[in-house]
Design a protein around this ligand. Structure first.
Ligand SMILES: *[C@@H]1O[C@H](CO)[C@@H](O)[C@H](O)[C@H]1NC(C)=O
Ligand SMILES: *[C@@H]1O[C@H](CO)[C@@H](O)[C@H](O)[C@H]1NC(C)=O
Length: 156
């Protein structure tokens, strides 16, 4: 039927439009955005880039379910139990919808990630903020992140 075919086309278009709002960054592309657009210093940028690589593969649409049923959203895999709000009804410390962590605008992701660093330091102590991410502890903490970033920051 003709009508049915049109609805199918619309459905496909809707799915594709949804897909387009996410993005997979390159390592150096993300580093440059964090530094130039969001004004983070390189000491912070290299940590967030490493976290993004091992948490999401730089994919803003990454959405994973943990073994305890909570979900991690976006490029930094922020958890719905504490940081953002979805149907689970968590604490929502960052005061934002988790779904906003899946688009290609990182301003809210960066804001919330900085909140997490700050909150973590407030109870774990100075210098511990990034250990909120398991991937940071496993892949980034004991690594020379200047070497890791050298392909992006040749002169520095
Ligand atoms: C559920 O798992 C996530 C990811 O491992 C963790 O951040 C969170 O603290 C866990 N929640 C509880 C209540 O154990
Ligand atoms: C990203 O979102 C913020 C607010 O959430 C907004 O101020 C900003 O203009 C957006 N950036 C782009 C490129 O759309």
């Amino acid at each position: 039927m003709r009508v049915l075919a049109w609805w199918r086309v619309l459905a496909v278009v809707a799915v594709l439009a949804g897909t387009c709002s996410g993005k997979v960054f390159t390592k150096c592309g993300l580093a440059s955005l964090l530094e130039k657009t969001y004004g983070l210093n390189r000491d912070v940028v290299k940590r967030f880039v490493c976290i993004a690589q091992y948490e999401s593969g730089f994919n803003t649409k990454a959405l994973n379910v943990n073994s305890n049923g909570s979900k991690d959203y976006g490029i930094f895999q922020l958890n719905n139990q504490y940081w953002c709000l979805d149907s689970r009804g968590g604490k929502n410390v960052c005061k934002m919808a988790c779904s906003n962590l899946l688009n290609d605008n990182l301003s809210d992701d960066v804001r919330c990630a900085r909140t997490i660093v700050r909150e973590t330091e407030s109870w774990k102590g100075k210098g511990t903020g990034f250990t909120a991410w398991a991937a940071y502890v496993t892949h980034c903490q004991n690594r020379n992140l200047d070497v890791y970033m050298s392909e992006c920051w040749r002169s520095g």
